[in-house]
Design a protein around this ligand. Structure first.
Ligand code: BGC
Length: 893
């Protein structure tokens, strides 16, 4: 049975027979055990941090180190444009630290290395499986790939609580619940560190939950919320899985930068008991003395040329001046060396040999299958039956490629293989079904994160002097703000929809292969340099109507319409529109001139040429898709967005008029299935009413097409659950802060806790997900007789039954209700435990989920202790945060 431990030594979750499931090299349990023994007698990935033999070996090394060598260990060296790295110290036999990014796979640090890695589904998908053993397997596979592509430190997992789905990096974490983040993070870490010679890095400490102003913003959080929400995943994962490294965040917390924040010492290393090393995020070391004294152990990337490091020589000087004590410098060295010794980096030099790509691809497919959440299935439209279909219309801007994934530092640029949704569906449907494909809209790209109306689609744009079949506008780009000299790029762009900056950095590319290519080509100068651009051509509407045309831009932009200025924009990112009346088929000359204001750090040019219109107005590409849907027996619309590090989402709408596409396809074909490829929830409420079947697929990784087909055709019975609430609209989630501070005024009422506190009903609640099977719950038993026993964990038991004729898995969830106290307000429901139970048709199983005493406690800021109030605590068991199948009480004595 799954326990929910919060303390070291508590019962560990079941892992299943992962060695048997994964046949790739390194997955033999025996082999791992043998290698672990080679590490040092008795030392294990969860005991390395308090092992006398490890301490002795570390002390012996530290005793031989000079001050300069200790400071060197505390200071990274950028070994190429991408990777975190730390030089070896050959004299002492200390190996280099070679780091690769995660968490969805190994981001191979050196772009010149000809190696591929497995692109797993987003961490939201991993968590949505509610399968702790599976997440362990993923961590193990990723750690294995890291080691065998030359890395010994994996910069993952991310356990940042997704306070809002608008956060650009919500897809990298395990959702909105702190317990789920902690338990999944722990499994991931244990998996990574099951590979001798590999350190996992838990990140980003702490309260990193938006991209906007992330280098300057201060998250304002009260002490109780810090303990109960934002630190909780770190506490659980540190105590259960003992990661060798932690990464502090870019942002400030209550006014002080995370990488020089007192919380590193008091909370992470103090209360949580972390004994590895804290490294900074990229250039997130704000100081020398403060950072060192407040607990930062390693600056990354560190030394990027003379005078660039805050540690390095400055740290040596601070030690010599007595501003940082030698004891603290020794502690830094000891904390870095402890996991290097204890987790086997000295004894297991990294390899650059092969791993079993096929086995890992199958694992990626399984994660995608188990993570998919069936949100709706009216009339049992799913699973699709090929024998009842003649024609199936697959629709969606990127359904014919596998580019739907998260961007930024986590992005896997060279997956080992890829299967598009269209190919997956075609392969599975078989030769008896005619599968048609229509895009419906242009491909999705970075520009789709900008606010404002949708980009004018390519099918109503014609470039000047282009070939008859050309769609889009003629584009010219200059590497200066004044259109001077020869353009550096001259091309046809499907839309004017540019969002340069961090997310277009060379190698980060989760954009559609059909979207404008200029993004990658000019990425570097657009990121760091000046930019001006001009687009020319004709706009030819397909419907006679009024169209507000507009510009969304940062900087100076003008739109000329038939030779006359129509819209002008200056200043910061905003939108301006003006309506024109267009007659179907009549061409109008368009010219857009754009000059970016000098770029901020990691922010290049941003401009979009937009339109809006009545709902019955459709661009030709959308009309074609609707015609396909009308002619088919059923339609599958695969929609996606663009989420990335470096930028937040402006809204929860789907970009490029995909919401309208869904509405129109569903009007044309009542048997329409929507597959949503977004890393975090998007809004369904503008189209949900007409659509009978919806599958939340998250970013489903490199095998996405196979996994989508597996679920659509019923080869896999869906069992994933929402790890974040699908809100009705943006008013139900915290907005992205735009100033210097992000007040976290909702306190502990994050995600579903807040909605339930306010009595607000979302579109789909946390924990929700349908199956092709049905399940029954009976006989709740709460064994609270001994709640004051040392651990105080309380077993909650019930009987679960598969009441259908299909094998399927239920994710049984236990929530506890409000705590019996008047001292603080507590959430109406909080996840306290769960178990994914696989059941044959008609099968019954007795399930016991152990509730840790900590789940019955709140953090008392006055006494600085966890308080467990005596009294009766409601306990709810069911299939989601709002589905109560069984209710009882726990009596805390
Ligand atoms: C990200 C980290 C990442 C680091 C190294 C930063 O931009 O915030 O998550 O590990 O880059 O690539």
């Amino acid at each position: 049975m799954l326990a929910v431990p919060v303390a070291a030594g508590a019962q560990r979750p079941r892992r299943g027979d992962q060695a048997a499931r994964l046949k790739g090299p390194g997955f033999s349990a025996k082999r791992i055990a043998r290698r672990a023994l080679g590490r040092a007698a008795q030392v294990t990935p969860t005991t390395w941090d308090h092992d006398p033999a490890v301490e002795a070996r570390v002390d012996a090394i530290v005793a031989q180190m000079t001050t300069a060598e200790k400071a060197d260990l505390a200071t990274g060296q950028l070994n190429n444009f991408y990777g975190f790295y730390n030089n070896p110290i050959a004299r002492l036999g200390i190996p280099a630290q070679t780091m690769s990014d995660g968490p969805v796979g190994v981001r191979i640090a050196n772009p010149t290395v000809d190696r591929r890695s497995t692109e797993f589904p987003s961490a939201t998908a991993m968590a949505a499986s509610f399968d702790t053993g599976l997440v362990h397997d993923v961590g193990q596979a990723i750690g294995f790939e890291a080691f065998h592509t030359g890395h010994n430190v994996q910069l993952a997992p991310s356990v940042d609580v997704a306070r809002t789905p608008l956060w650009g990096r919500a897809f990298e974490g395990f959702g909105e619940d702190p317990l789920l983040n902690g338990l999944m993070g722990a499994q991931y870490i244990e998996g990574v560190q099951a590979n001798p010679g590999v350190i996992a890095t838990i990140k980003h400490f702490v309260a990193y939950d938006q991209e906007t102003n992330r280098f300057t913003l201060s998250a304002q959080i009260d002490d109780r919320t810090m303990h109960e929400v934002y630190d909780k995943p770190f506490e659980i994962a540190v105590q259960q899985a003992h990661p060798g490294a932690a990464m502090c965040a870019f942002n400030k917390v209550n006014g002080s930068f995370a990488c020089e924040n007192a919380l590193l010492n008091t909370l992470l290393k103090g209360e949580d008991g972390f004994r590895g090393f804290v490294m900074s995020d990229y250039n997130a070391t704000p100081s020398t003395i403060n950072a060192a004294n407040n607990g930062l152990d390693q600056e990354q990337p560190g030394d990027q040329g003379p005078g660039t490091a805050n540690f390095g020589d400055r740290l040596v000087a601070a030690v010599e001046a007595g501003q940082v004590s030698m004891a603290r410098l020794d502690d830094m060295a000891r904390r870095i060396l402890r996991p290097m010794v204890g987790l086997g980096l000295f004894d297991h030099p990294v390899q650059s040999d092969r791993f079993d790509e096929g086995a890992h691809a199958q694992l990626a497919r399984r994660v995608a299958q188990e993570g998919m959440v069936l949100l709706k299935n009216e009339r049992n439209l799913l699973p699709l039956r090929p024998e009842a279909l003649h024609t199936l219309a697959v629709i969606g801007p990127d359904a014919d490629n596998a580019s739907a994934k998260g961007g930024g530092s986590s992005e896997i640029s060279r997956p080992t293989s890829e299967v598009s949704p269209l190919d997956g569906i075609r392969n599975r449907a078989g030769s008896g079904v005619t599968v048609t494909y229509a895009a419906g809209t242009d491909g999705i790209n970075e520009g789709d994160m900008l606010p404002g109306d949708a980009p004018v689609p390519s099918t109503v744009l014609r470039s000047t002097g282009g070939a008859p079949g050309d769609r889009g506008l003629h584009a010219q780009y200059w590497g200066n703000t004044g259109f001077s000299g020869a353009p550096v790029l001259d091309e046809i762009d499907p839309n004017v929809n540019v969002n340069f900056g961090f997310q277009t950095f060379q190698g980060f590319n989760a954009a559609s292969p059909k979207a404008t290519q200029s993004q990658a080509a000019v990425g570097n100068f657009a990121l760091f340099g000046d930019l001006s651009a001009r687009w020319t051509g004709n706009l030819i509407a397909a419907d006679t109507a009024d169209y507000p045309l507009g510009l969304t831009a940062r900087g100076d932009a003008t739109l000329q319409f038939d030779g006359e200025p129509l819209v002008e924009h200056t200043g910061d990112l905003s939108s301006v529109t003006k309506a024109v009346h267009l007659v179907a088929g009549e061409p109008h000359a368009i010219r857009i001139d754009y000059s970016a204001t000098p770029p901020n750090q990691y922010q290049g040019g941003q401009v979009r040429f937009s339109w809006s219109h009545r709902d019955d107005v459709m661009a030709p590409a959308m009309r074609d898709a609707v015609a396909d849907a009308r002619a088919a027996d059923a339609a599958v619309v695969v929609v996606r967005d663009y989420e990335t590090e470096g930028f937040d989402r402006a809204t929860l709408d789907l970009p490029k008029e995909q919401d309208q596409l869904i509405r129109k396809v569903a009007e044309a074909n009542p048997d329409t299935v929507v597959v949503i490829e977004t890393g975090a929830p998007s809004k369904t409420s503008t189209w949900d009413g007409n659509v009978p079947a919806i599958l939340q697929a998250w970013y489903p990784g490199q095998q996405q097409g196979d996994a989508i087909a597996d679920v659509l055709f019923g080869d896999v019975n869906p069992s994933g659950r929402l790890v974040a609430t699908v809100p009705r609209d943006e008013s139900q989630v915290p907005a992205i802060a735009t100033g210097d501070t992000a007040p976290h005024d909702e306190g502990v009422f994050v995600g579903y806790r807040g909605l339930q506190q306010r009595g607000d009903t979302p579109a789909y609640p946390f924990g929700f997900g349908l199956s092709y099977s049905t399940f029954g719950y009976r006989r709740l038993r709460v064994d609270d007789g001994r709640p004051n026993a040392p651990q105080g964990d309380i077993p909650v038991s019930f009987r679960l039954r598969n009441t259908s004729v299909r094998p399927g898995a239920e994710v049984a969830q236990v929530y506890i209700g409000r705590l019996p106290t008047r001292d603080v307000p507590t959430p109406p429901r909080q996840l306290a435990g769960f178990e994914r139970v696989q059941l044959a048709p008609g099968e019954r199983q007795d399930v016991t989920i152990t509730i840790p005493r900590r789940s019955l406690s709140y953090w008392d800021t006055g006494s600085q202790h966890w308080v467990t109030p005596a009294g009766r605590v409601p306990v709810y068991v069911g299939g989601s945060s709002e589905d109560v199948e069984l209710a009882g009480t726990i009596t805390v004595r």
